[in-house]
Ligand binder design. Structure first.
Ligand SMILES: [Ca+2]
Ligand SMILES: [Ca+2]
Length: 272
């Protein structure tokens, strides 16, 4: 672990020197979240398109790992609301109790107004409404769904599908929805007016979004890079990942959590 950590730090020297921890040995980690007690929950796909080997791994503040929920298909995005995790798993959304790992389907395939193809990221607003991206064929057939706490599913920004083509990363803030498209464009949508504005572009294989104040962090799965976008200005802050997947902030917003799907690692990077 030390060697890998050192290697990553060296790779990043030309851009910035950052303190970070790298944990390895995960099977296709995709998305991560930390609770207020400091436990980290991460989805592991296992083998792609193989059912039953997907899981949610819990990493406690001492670094001990355990399986919170096993027997999933290809779990990807996850978000925490109260004491439940909501997890996209191909064409369903699963609800997992973080206290005992008990899980069940929260939104099944048949409850979606369009058949889900590749459910990817998920975020939650203050009221517990879930926003879920469907990256479709990763070119032009994506959708964004809203799932109310009752389980009712509806389409969001349906008339903007010629603009937002293959949504992956989502971040909800009031009635603003930030969207990172797999094709590389980064959007801010107003859910009241249904207007979509492009903020920046060039994030080929765009995956995760995190935000502190005016600083937005984006990951590119294909490029293995972490970017910041500050009032439209784009900078690369880290590179050298094999496949930087869906990023998240730590519970104190002092660190960025970065799963590398192909390397099978979780990097915990201090933010300066
Ligand atoms: Ca799998
Ligand atoms: Ca993703």
């Amino acid at each position: 672990m030390m060697i890998r950590s050192l290697l990553f730090t060296l790779l990043c020297l030309p851009i910035s020197v950052v303190a970070q921890t790298v944990m390895d040995g995960f099977l296709m980690p995709e998305s991560v979240v930390q609770d207020l007690q400091g436990n980290i929950y991460m989805t592991e796909i296992g083998q792609r398109d193989i059912d039953g080997d997907g899981k949610i791994t819990k990493i406690d503040p001492q670094g001990n790992r355990s399986a919170l929920a096993e027997g999933l298909y290809d779990p990807k995005g996850l978000v925490l609301f109260k004491d439940k995790l909501y997890v996209t798993d191909r064409d369903v959304v699963i609800e997992v109790n973080i206290n005992d790992g008990a899980y069940g389907v929260f939104a099944g395939t048949m409850s979606f107004p369009k058949s889900p193809v590749f459910l990817n990221d998920i975020d939650v607003d203050d009221q517990g409404n879930l926003y879920v991206s469907d990256s479709g064929d990763f070119k032009s057939t994506g959708f964004i769904f809203k799932i109310k706490p009752t389980g009712e599913v509806s389409l969001v920004l349906e008339d903007q599908r010629d603009v937002v083509k293959a949504p992956n990363g989502l971040l909800i803030e009031g009635d603003k929805l930030f969207i990172l498209d797999w094709g590389g464009e980064f959007f801010k949508a107003n859910l009241k007016t249904n207007k979509v504005k492009k903020i920046a572009e060039g994030f080929n294989g765009g995956d995760g979004i995190a935000k502190i104040g005016k600083t937005i962090y984006l990951s590119s799965w294909l490029e293995g890079k972490i970017y910041t976008v500050v009032q439209g200005k784009v900078s690369v802050i880290q590179e050298g990942y094999e496949a930087a997947a869906d990023i998240a902030l730590s519970n104190n917003k002092g660190q960025l959590l970065i799963p590398d799907m192909k390397a099978g690692t979780l990097t915990i990077m201090d933010l300066q």
